[in-house]
Design a protein around this ligand. Structure first.
Ligand code: FE2
Length: 89
C-alpha cells in the first residue's frame, strides 16, 4: 500500500493520473504452505519487474524510489522463505 502511494506521487508529479485498475489478483494457496509459496512467487515477480524498470527508466528520482521498493520486496521474500522453512520443519 505504501509503495502504491509512492508510485502514485511520482506519476502525479510528472503530470500523469494514477489509476486503481489492475489485473485480477490471485493470492492463491489452499493452505499456509501454498499461501507462503504464492507470496514468494509474487515477490519474485515484483523483483523481476522492478529490476527491469530500474534498468530502463532514465529518471533518477523514479529509479531511487524503485530501488527502495526493490530492497523491501527482497526483504519480504526472504521473510516469507524463512516462514515457509520454519513451517516445513
Ligand atoms: Fe512485498
Amino acid at each position: 500500500m505504501r509503495h502504491m502511494w509512492w508510485l502514485a506521487d511520482l506519476i502525479t508529479k510528472r503530470g500523469g493520473k494514477p489509476t486503481m485498475e489492475h489485473k485480477e489478483l490471485n493470492f492463491g494457496g489452499d493452505d499456509l504452505k501454498g499461501m507462503l509459496q504464492r507470496q514468494i512467487q509474487l515477490e519474485s515477480e515484483g523483483i523481476e519487474i522492478y529490476t527491469q524498470q530500474i534498468a530502463e527508466i532514465p529518471d533518477e528520482e523514479v529509479v531511487g524510489v524503485l530501488k527502495h521498493i526493490l530492497d523491501e520486496e527482497k526483504r519480504h521474500r526472504k521473510e516469507f522463505k524463512e516462514r515457509l522453512e520454519k513451517y516445513m520443519e
